[in-house]
Design a protein around this ligand. Structure first.
Ligand code: HEC
Length: 124
């Protein structure tokens, strides 16, 4: 008995994809956007604060030993710059509690004012 079942293999060649040797155009490296953080600033006043011991007791947005700079900014205005600069140099307590701020006699009046201006710029 003859079976007519075809055992003929398909002769159609399977197309083999030829890998392209051409590389896609190089993607430009994305420039990361500067991360906006309240704890980093290029403000000259911040640089002075960073270079002094202020950040041991003050943080920008949370109370540490001293009030947060945002709290200071909320309490005062530009007319208080002189008084606050003097307080940084002399130290003192009473406005926020019984813990005193250490005096900073080595800081010039101009630098202290620059620091205060930066602190007040944090007003929300
Ligand atoms: C030893 C911890 C300490 C250091 C260091 C320190 N502070 Fe203070 N700061 C305090 C405390 C505590 C107060 C709250 C004083 C008060 O109750 O009147 C304060 C208050 C302040 C105030 C508000 C003053 C007021 O009368 O409301 C400013 C502005 C300030 N500090 C800036 C600075 C700057 C700028 C530096 C760095 C040069 C600095 N502090 C370093 C502890 C510190």
């Amino acid at each position: 008995m003859l079976l007519s079942c075809s055992d003929k293999k398909g002769t159609t060649p399977i197309p083999i994809p030829v890998p392209s040797t051409e590389q896609p155009a190089a993607q430009p490296v994305p420039v990361p956007k500067p991360v906006v953080s309240t704890n980093v600033s290029n403000d000259p006043g911040f640089k002075l604060i960073e270079g002094a011991d202020c950040l041991a007791c003050h943080k920008i947005d949370t109370k540490l030993i001293g009030p947060s700079y945002q709290d200071v900014a909320a309490k005062y205005t530009k007319t208080d710059v002189d008084q606050l600069a003097q307080k940084i140099i002399d130290g003192g307590k009473g406005n926020w509690g019984d813990i005193p701020m250490t005096p900073h006699e080595g800081i010039s009046r101009e630098d202290a004012k620059q620091m205060v201006k930066y602190i007040l710029s944090l007003k929300k």
